[in-house]
Design a protein around this ligand. Structure first.
Ligand SMILES: Nc1nc2c(ncn2[C@@H]2O[C@H](COP(=O)(O)OP(=O)(O)OP(=O)(O)O)[C@@H](O)[C@H]2O)c(=O)[nH]1
Ligand SMILES: [Mg+2]
Length: 406
């Protein structure tokens, strides 16, 4: 594995002729700003539309987990309530009060829920979009924020339609009808090109969830995009790859920092292993390979959790000891001798830090190898969990209700 050209270029622009301490603090603050980037997502709609269930599904937690949004309750949330992402405390999904009353006034509503704190709004309905939804969307846009429409519970629609017309039932056609109907309603209310996503919170890997995630990521910038890609569950193979690419982008910073810290006066001349261990643990969580995430996924797809856990084969999973990491680092350093030499020739800066440079290469290789193996595991887990359903459309199972909508 070579050190990527793009990484070398970015490193060069940070390092230039600076001294170790300056570079180290610049890289640290780059990473800090990445890790503390906030993402505040407002989820709104009428009472019972499925807002809280959608929030829990996006956070990858079960309705009865600690910290989950309450679902299926009669009374609607009275004031905006934040739900924190289990691994990314700066990501919050806000359950907003319902918008269903006839006297609804969008501007007042937005003032009351403090619209300015949200990055964007998701407007949910489980039926048709109505005047209130359109009015809210217009007011959101007038305040300089983006909005997206989610038509929830489409699994229910499919099932109901199949019961009504079993002989002519075609899933793709029903989905198309729902989508056209939603768009037509919103256009009638004066919204041009509304973005509507069909979702089932019980089957996030189906329908439009991946498209919603891609659209949101495209329309966010820089750190927020990275945060969004990490925070949403990866329910398709393509989503796993996007998450991997987004994490890969920052590996050189982690590796450089680990090597700089170890090269600073007073530090023994080896890598900052605890920092690397923490990074590996974070990767594992981002790919949903930690125990809690695997248990949740197993419960969602009604499979025994050991079936999913058996798909996790990376040697980096499950708290590697410092010693084990050191061994891997030593192996990586040997593999990376050639790259280390190349690195020294590009950055004369490293000449005085030969051991540091080798450490950099070792850390860089370690993180790349770990990321690749986590992504492979995540892909295997998805395949075992959803089978061929990792393709986006098709038949849906409704295990909790004891029937199959095929
Ligand atoms: N079949 C199906 N049912 C869903 C889906 N999403 C939510 N539900 C069900 O719809 C009911 C209401 O869901 P909630 O998430 O509590 O709805 P809400 O919008 O938060 O409701 P309020 O807080 O009362 O406004 C619950 O019984 C959910 O299980 C879905 O995607 N498919
Ligand atoms: Mg609710």
């Amino acid at each position: 594995m070579d050190i990527k050209e793009v990484d070398l270029r970015e490193m060069a622009s940070v390092i230039q002729s600076k001294v170790v301490l300056e570079v180290s603090s610049q890289v640290q603050s780059l990473l800090d700003s990445l890790e503390t980037t906030t993402l505040d997502i407002a989820v709104t709609g009428e009472g019972g539309a499925g807002k809280s269930t959608f929030i829990n599904a996006m956070l990858g937690i079960r309705d009865d987990d600690f910290g989950a949004a309450k679902t299926g309750v009669v009374e609607t949330t009275a004031s905006p309530t934040p739900y924190l992402h289990p691994h990314l405390p700066h990501v919050r999904l806000w359950d907003l009060p319902g918008i269903g009353t006839p006297s609804f006034q969008a501007k007042k509503y937005l003032q009351r829920v403090r619209f300015e704190r949200y990055d964007f709004f998701i407007i949910v309905t489980s039926e048709r979009f109505r005047e209130n939804h359109a009015e809210l969307a217009r007011a959101v846009a007038a305040m300089g924020k983006r909005f997206y429409f989610v038509r929830s519970k489409v699994d229910q629609d499919l099932w109901a339609t199949q019961q009504r017309r079993p002989s002519s039932f075609q899933e793709a056609q029903v989905l198309q009808e729902i989508e056209s109907d939603c768009s037509r309603q919103l256009k009638r209310e004066g919204l041009e090109n509304p973005k509507v996503f069909l979702i089932s919170s019980f089957h996030l890997h189906r329908f439009d969830f991946h498209r919603l995630k891609d659209t949101l990521a495209e329309e966010l910038e820089g750190h927020k995009r990275h945060t969004l890609l990490l925070s949403f569950p990866s329910v398709t193979a393509a989503a796993v790859q996007k998450k991997k690419s987004s994490l890969r982008w920052h590996i050189w910073k982690k590796a450089l920092l680990a090597c700089f810290i170890s090269a600073l006066p007073g530090h023994p001349f080896y890598l900052n292993v605890p920092m690397l261990m923490k990074t590996l643990k974070n990767y594992q969580q981002h790919f949903g390979l930690d125990d809690a995430s695997l248990e949740t996924l197993a419960a969602t797809v009604s499979k025994p959790s050991y079936e999913l856990k058996n798909q996790v084969r990376s040697k980096f999973v499950g708290g590697l000891s410092e010693e084990a990491i050191q061994t891997v680092l030593r192996q990586s350093a040997i593999c990376g001798q050639v790259a280390a030499t190349a690195l020294n020739s590009q950055f004369p800066f490293f000449n005085n830090l030969v051991a540091g440079a080798i450490s950099f290469v070792a850390a860089y290789y370690l993180l790349h190898t770990a990321l690749d193996s986590f992504a492979e595991d995540a892909q295997r887990v998805l395949e075992r969990a959803y089978g061929l359903e990792t393709v986006v459309q098709g038949s849906i199972g409704c295990p909790s209700l004891g029937f199959t909508c095929e």
